[in-house]
Design a protein around this ligand. Structure first.
Ligand SMILES: NC(=O)c1ccc[n+]([C@@H]2O[C@H](COP(=O)([O-])OP(=O)(O)OC[C@H]3O[C@@H](n4cnc5c(N)ncnc54)[C@H](OP(=O)(O)O)[C@@H]3O)[C@@H](O)[C@H]2O)c1
Length: 314
């Protein structure tokens, strides 16, 4: 059987960069420890390293992430692939709401069209079919190249994909949380469905919001909102996995724990979009591609992550 063809915007793209932290104060503390200059360095370093795909959303920093990206694209003249998202707040039910949201995103990004427009999440009252039909209108007008969704479960993904197929279009991607500490898409059939249909799985928080760098420990815990999800106890239980990841990294000329975590996502045929707050983080994340974990190492990492899950802390 031939391989399903992915949308052309993903041709040759193994990894992207997530830009939630570029302007977000609430979760990431933008302006406190890192600045607009730092995220500029993250952008430039990523570009120099061959990254072309940048993910943002209208809600990141209440538009600030899109604005920063727009400035960077204008200043550098770089040809990049931008993916942004629309949040379907329950009051955004009228027909023109998607168009208004898109137009506002395009204005902030200083673009005429968007490469990938994604529904951020599924929220009532409208169903995926209605949203996809509205997406199709914008696609036909040439305002969107590819249509994507995010946080859609298997049923919602099938509904979105089938709606688009009826009109000769296709669902390009589903952006979901996927990393060694969250493998729900392997268990519920979403990953297999997307692979079979040529829908790109964009893996968000591929470093588990920084946890999979191994730098956070019980002695150096996370602070702020991230601490609510990944407690000190949780971090302590991850230590055996981090030790094994460091050993595996050493077998590949000293790859870091974060680089091993991101390469695992790539080997699962998903597209990781790690966030980077500055040039150094961006530089280190670039080292996650261009090499391959072995099949044995993948099996070992799969087993270690299952043990973490079985320990009841996930
Ligand atoms: N669709 C959705 O609902 C959704 C949800 C979440 C995220 N996303 C997307 O996915 C992207 C990535 O996810 P994420 O930002 O949540 O988390 P992530 O990529 O798992 O982690 C990013 C954070 O890890 C730390 N980090 C990254 N590289 C590092 C390095 N080389 N060395 C040390 N620390 C490093 C930084 O934070 P510290 O330095 O502060 O630790 C950075 O902000 C987002 O930017 C966004 O585009 C989408």
């Amino acid at each position: 059987m031939s391989e399903p063809v992915e949308h052309h915007i993903f041709n040759g793209i193994e990894m992207g960069v997530g830009t939630w932290a570029w302007g977000d104060r609430l979760v990431w503390g933008f302006g406190n420890g890192y600045s607009e200059n730092d995220v500029r360095e993250a952008f430039l370093t990523s570009i120099r390293g061959g990254i072309r795909f940048f993910d943002t959303a209208e809600v990141y920093g209440q538009g600030k992430s899109e604005r920063i990206l727009g400035e960077l694209i204008e200043q550098t003249g770089e040809q990049v692939i931008i993916a942004t998202k629309m949040m379907p707040f329950p009051w955004r039910v009228f027909k023109g709401s998607l168009r208004i949201a898109l137009k506002n995103s395009l204005q902030r990004l200083k673009l005429n069209r968007i490469a990938l427009y994604q529904m951020h999440v599924h929220l009532p009252p409208l169903n995926p079919k209605t949203w996809m039909n509205r997406m199709l209108d914008l696609h036909e007008e040439g305002l969107i190249d590819a249509i994507g969704v995010s946080n859609y479960d298997l049923t919602q993904t099938i509904e979105a994909n089938e709606t688009l197929k009826k009109h000769g279009a296709r669902l390009a991607s589903n952006q979901v949380e996927y990393h060694l500490l969250d493998r729900h898409i392997e268990r519920d059939g979403l990953l297999d469905y997307c692979l079979a249909e040529g829908i790109k799985v964009i893996a968000y928080s591929p470093l588990a919001m920084g946890v999979l760098t191994g730098k956070y420990t019980a002695a150096n815990p996370l602070r702020g909102t991230r601490a609510a999800r990944y407690s000190k106890d949780y971090l302590a239980k991850l230590q055996p996995m981090f030790n094994a990841m460091a050993r595996i990294g050493n077998e590949h000329e000293g790859k870091t724990t974060a680089q091993v975590a991101l390469n695992w996502v790539v080997q699962k045929r998903a597209l990781p979009i790690p966030g980077a707050k500055d040039g150094l983080q961006a530089e280190q994340n670039l080292g996650a591609v261009g090499w391959r974990l072995t099949a044995d190492e993948m099996t070992m990492l799969d087993e270690l992550s299952l043990q973490v899950q079985k320990s009841g802390i996930l």
